[in-house]
Write a protein that binds this ligand. Structure first.
Ligand code: HEM
Length: 206
């Protein structure tokens, strides 16, 4: 009973956080970049292709996460899972390359640039490997690599959960932002590794 209640709470939190952060990320479509995300407006001016590829498509990949983790959908509607998986792959590729470009040109400093840049490389790589395993019908490996990919997609959520902390604790924001550029994804990836090792595969090997 307790286990199923915890599972329910976890699922509701996942849906709310993924869809909620995706919707909030598209706020510039209503209010414009300058007034809703002024601190990154310089990217929109200098490199609109990278910026809009990132802020339009990265939220698509985040919003797709709960759908792709929904076992009922995978079991009963395999075609929908594969279709949404392609959309996830395309949005990660385009927004990840855009994110890499934003990272290389951020004014947040070299350490933050390296944090975001490495995240972009790992994000695109883990997703590409995961999709390649699905195409080769190696579903246990597909599941492991997509667990890594999703852990990195969820960095968009963890980053936004950590951002208020320096303000609440009255810490230096620039230094905290540099730390968050790493903290938003390294622990996520470590947790993914623990989950993968604890439960190597939900799908029996072929
Ligand atoms: C996982 C790989 C990702 C990387 C490497 C990445 C990288 C970046 C970088 C470098 C910036 C500019 C920040 C700055 O220069 O200070 C940025 C901004 C942004 N990113 Fe990402 N990002 C990633 C994932 C996502 C995801 C999954 C979303 C979905 C919600 C997202 C949504 C945004 C938005 C909306 C902005 C504009 C600023 C804001 O509103 O916070 N990103 N990203």
């Amino acid at each position: 009973m307790l286990v199923s209640s915890l599972g329910f709470v976890r699922n509701v939190a996942l849906w709310l956080l993924c869809v909620g952060v995706a919707l909030v990320s598209w706020r510039f479509m209503v209010g414009g970049v300058e007034s809703t995300m002024g601190f990154v407006a310089y990217h929109a001016m200098a490199r609109p292709l990278a910026f809009y590829a990132h802020v339009v498509l990265a939220p698509v990949s985040l919003a797709l996460v709960p759908f792709q983790l929904w076992q009922g959908l995978r079991d009963r509607r395999g075609t929908v899972h594969r279709l949404l998986g392609r959309a996830y792959g395309v949005s990660v590729l385009a927004s990840g390359l855009g994110g890499l470009w934003l990272a290389a040109t951020t004014t947040a400093g070299l350490v933050a640039a390296l944090g975001f840049g490495l995240l972009a490389v790992f994000w695109v790589a883990t997703t590409a490997i995961g999709i390649a395993f699905a195409m080769g019908a190696d579903y246990p490996s597909h599941q492991q690599w997509m667990t890594r990919s999703i852990a990195l997609t969820l960095s968009a959520v963890t980053l936004r959960l950590y951002l208020p902390v320096p303000l609440l604790l009255d810490l230096d924001f620039a230094q905290s932002y540099t730390a968050i550029a790493w903290l938003c994804w390294v622990p996520n990836l470590l947790i993914a590794e623990v989950l993968i090792r604890r439960r190597p595969s939900l799908i029996p090997a072929q």
